[in-house]
Design a protein around this ligand. Structure first.
Ligand code: SF4
Ligand code: SF4
Ligand code: F3S
Length: 362
């Protein structure tokens, strides 16, 4: 597909209807708490845009993040992401390798200077001046600094990129760091999770393409649309938590009745992610629905904090330990904070839609 072809033209050429695009933007608008009128504006804006150039770099990672974005059992709406972006460089997915691959990278950078989105999965090795992880004769550290300088925005995909993740776990032999610890002069968005939810990756990029800016972020640079609520806020087992009904073992009667997994180590009350609503594999399930507590994979330092099978009251998570009734109070406080964030998100989203409308009327 030509770089100069609009998204609408490209979709039409592939036989994908405007209605399918509208379904996607309606889904995205509802996720982002945008008003109902937003989906049509978004569809019109997207259809008239050229595809967003994206350069994707993989550093110290396990490829799980890329698997998350690409794996689906059947074509889904989020597959549309590949029609919205021009994935100019991705070592795992591109057919080229070696010198031709590096040439494609340089060509995209030259053509899209200041306009491309730089997506990174994996942490950055900084020990020995970055020598622990290299590609094409350059350290990941040097490549990141070099390509971030010409990017419109940087997206750290996965917990390794967002916070250092598994490669940064004690004793961190490579001096692994998060993307935002290296890139200081560009907006960095984090989509954490080990791996992250594909709809959160796709939705964030689609928002950028539509509105020409990044969505509202929280204090850890995570899009509020996907990380504004804790797992606990949205968990379908919450009623049992509130009633004090806890499974004590994975095969006891409480577990069979679907009671709360708090005492089996669930970290849902201190983990902010959309797993309980978006779920995985096209909305099939998520860890808690499969009978295992949340291990907090989208929060900083989750590997080093350990205590996967210990209740939060017994684990120090960098926040006050939640004990007995305090857990309920903390949960309620998190709910209140979440409502405030939701209101802020809605107001900001409405302003974005108004701006986009004004843009399309010019
Ligand atoms: Fe792999 Fe998890 Fe790191 Fe992604 S965040 S690269 S899935 S270890
Ligand atoms: Fe759900 Fe875990 Fe909260 Fe229990 S503690 S309600 S299982 S998120
Ligand atoms: Fe990770 Fe917890 Fe979701 S373990 S996948 S953040 S439910």
């Amino acid at each position: 597909m030509s770089h100069h072809e609009t998204i609408g033209e490209g979709l039409a050429r592939r036989g994908i209807s405007r209605r399918a695009l509208l379904r996607y933007t309606a889904w995205l608008a509802s996720l982002m708490a945008l008003p109902p009128t937003a989906s049509r504006v978004m569809a019109e804006t997207l259809a008239g845009q050229p595809r967003q150039p994206v350069i994707w770099l993989s550093f110290q990672e396990c490829t799980g993040c890329t698997e998350s974005l690409t794996r689906s059992f059947s074509p889904t709406l989020e597959d549309l992401i590949f029609d919205l972006i021009s994935l100019d460089y991705h070592e795992t997915l591109m057919a080229a390798s070696g010198a031709p691959a590096e040439a494609a990278l340089e060509a995209s950078r030259e053509e899209n200077r200041g306009k491309y989105v730089l997506v990174v999965d994996g942490s950055v090795a900084t020990g020995l001046e970055g020598a622990y992880s290299t590609n094409a004769g350059k350290t990941n550290l040097a490549t990141l600094k070099d390509l971030a300088a010409d990017a419109a925005a940087v997206i750290g995909v996965g917990t390794c990129a967002a916070y250092g993740g598994l490669p940064m776990a004690d004793p961190n032999p490579t001096g692994a760091k998060a993307i935002a610890d290296i890139v200081k002069d560009k907006p960095v968005v984090n989509i954490p999770g080990c791996p992250p939810i594909p709809e959160a990756i796709a939705g964030t990029v689609a928002y950028f393409v539509t509105f020409g800016k990044l969505p509202d972020l929280d204090h850890l640079n995570r899009p509020l649309a996907f990380f504004g609520d804790s797992i606990h806020d949205r968990c379908y087992r919450r009623t049992f938590y509130d009633q004090g009904k806890f499974a004590k073992a994975f095969d006891d009667e409480g577990a069979r009745k679907g009671w709360c997994l708090y005492e089996l180590g669930c970290k849902g009350p201190v983990t902010w992610n959309a797993c309980a609503t978006l779920k995985w594999n096209g909305g099939t399930s998520f860890p808690i629905q499969s009978g295992h507590g949340c291990i907090g994979c989208s929060e900083p330092d989750f590997w080093d904090r350990g205590g996967i099978y210990q209740p939060l009251s017994a684990v120090v998570m960098g926040k006050p330990a939640l004990v007995g009734g305090a857990a309920v109070v903390a949960g309620a406080a998190a709910g209140t904070a979440s409502a405030v964030l939701a209101r802020k998100r809605k107001a900001a989203a409405e302003a974005s839609v108004q701006k986009a409308k004004e843009g399309t009327q010019e």
